[in-house]
Design a protein around this ligand. Structure first.
Ligand code: PFF
Length: 453
């Protein structure tokens, strides 16, 4: 089979550009908004430990597998799975995996955009001094009034979706590389500043021990699944986002090294966010388990009460919006790339169609925080249901199937050549991880779904 497939979408200018884009995809609301609040809801330390182990034994090998499959096929996940299945003489139905990824990306983006909209609104709240001198109670009231208004949330959701689709319509490379280059160091500096503030709250140690002292009595089957699911979510794995970025990766780049860097950056950002947030939670007698509003109810207290807080607050929410944008782009790119390839649709038209569908679906999440907050299925709101379905089921199942494909179905000689690891031993370790950990993981998800765990 021809080894030098060409991509119709363009290519990254360098290894560094891919690292930036993949990090841009990985680092987002998942690290700063979601990680702290689900850690709070699931009891802290033990949950964080399961998450870190999942990142290490599932996240790294799978990040390598997805990049490798993408680079080999040089197409959207659906096209890639079709082609690689043919190469391996395997059953055709593998390409449904690509479909599930495209669908998962659109479903995730629908609620991701709503939360990113909150972050945009908070840029303005910070700018107009809404946090200055405010106490925990005021900040909570501000948040409740804000999320209670469907029209306001729809406005911000619409704005975020429009910017995302406009950026995707420009094609890869333009802008994305530059944005991430500034964003990553900036975000890091601001998080360090917030950690500095957390140290002055008097509850720093309490926050740290909540995060890092595992109390295994607090861990449930559901918590394990959520922690594992989050490893996929935060690293953008299991739905083809990294695969589609891998498709634009030049041939001579080391997949192992780039994957390690991306995973490390992502994990550091999440931990820093946790270290900054929990001391503020405890110092202000807030509930760690207060849900998706957690960062919006804690960080403004810090900005409202620290020196230079106005500036830091505006900058922080601007960076959060950028971090969300670079992830949002990768959530929708598999769908757009597929529409372009298979329907030979123009990139702009593909953007309009996918963007509109995602926008409509997002209204369900908007209403979950106000007029539909009491409408529940399986005890979950529309937003919670979508989040559970995608992050805890679709991404892990998709990811484990990708692992099985890379570890068992694909012609191993091809996988080894594409990964081009420096030492054959590394290849063996990778192979064992994708082969066996994936099975164990699927089994775990299955046990959970049938109610045993
Ligand atoms: N990794 C992103 C975050 O942590 O915010 C979310 C995400 C992006 C998930 C792309 C999945 C994906 F394919």
């Amino acid at each position: 089979m021809d080894m030098d497939k060409k991509t119709v979408h363009g290519e990254w200018s360098s290894r560094f550009a891919f690292i930036l884009a993949a990090t841009g995809s990985a680092v987002g609301l998942g690290n700063i908004w979601k990680f702290p609040y689900i850690t709070g809801e699931n009891g802290g330390g033990a949950f964080v430990l399961v998450y870190l182990i999942s990142v290490l034994v599932i996240g790294i090998p799978l990040m390598m597998a997805e990049s490798m499959l993408g680079r080999r096929a040089r197409q959207s996940p659906i096209g890639a799975m079709r082609l690689l299945t043919k190469e391996a003489n395997a059953d055709e139905s593998w390409h449904y995996l690509g479909w599930m990824g495209v669908l998962a990306g659109m479903l995730i983006l629908s609620y991701y955009s709503v939360i990113a909209g909150w972050s945009m609104a908070y840029v303005f709240k910070a700018f107009f001094g809404s946090f200055s001198g405010a106490e925990a109670r005021d900040i909570k009231e501000l948040f409740d009034n804000f999320t209670g208004s469907p029209l306001t949330l729809i406005f911000w959701h619409t704005l975020f979706m429009s910017i995302t689709m406009w950026l995707v319509a420009q094609g890869i490379q333009n802008g994305l590389e530059k944005a991430v280059r500034v964003l990553m160091p900036g975000l890091f500096v601001l998080l360090m500043l917030l950690v500095g503030y957390a140290m002055t709250t008097g509850a720093y140690e309490q926050g740290l021990s909540f995060l890092f002292k595992p109390d295994f009595s607090k861990i449930t089957g559901d918590a394990i699944l959520i922690a594992m699911g989050h490893a996929f979510f935060t690293l953008s794995l299991g739905m083809g986002a990294i695969m589609v970025y891998g498709a634009y990766l030049p041939k001579n780049v080391s997949i192992a090294r780039t994957s390690l860097l991306v995973v490390a950056a992502d994990t550091v950002v999440a931990l820093l966010a946790g270290i900054a947030i929990f001391p503020i939670v405890f110092a202000n007698h807030l509930e760690p388990s207060s849900g998706p509003g957690l960062i919006f109810q804690t960080l403004p207290i810090a900005f409202g009460n620290m020196t230079g807080g106005w500036f830091a607050g505006v900058l922080f929410f601007v960076m959060l919006v950028f971090a969300a944008l670079t992830s949002a782009i990768s959530l929708i790119e598999p769908a757009v790339a597929w529409l372009i390839e298979s329907r030979t649709m123009d990139r702009k038209v593909a953007c309009i169609w996918t963007g509109l569908s995602v926008w409509v679906l997002g209204l369900g999440s908007v209403f979950s925080f106000n007029i539909w907050s009491n409408v529940k299925v399986f005890d979950k709101t529309f937003f919670q249901l979508l989040d559970y379905l995608t992050a805890n089921l679709m991404l892990p199942i998709g990811g484990f199937c990708i692992a099985i494909f890379a570890g068992w179905v694909m012609v191993q000689k091809d996988a080894e050549a594409e990964l081009a690891l420096a030492n054959p031993l590394y290849y063996q370790i990778w192979l064992i991880l994708v082969r066996y950990v994936a099975h164990a993981g699927i089994f775990l998800v299955f046990l959970h779904v049938v109610g045993v765990l």
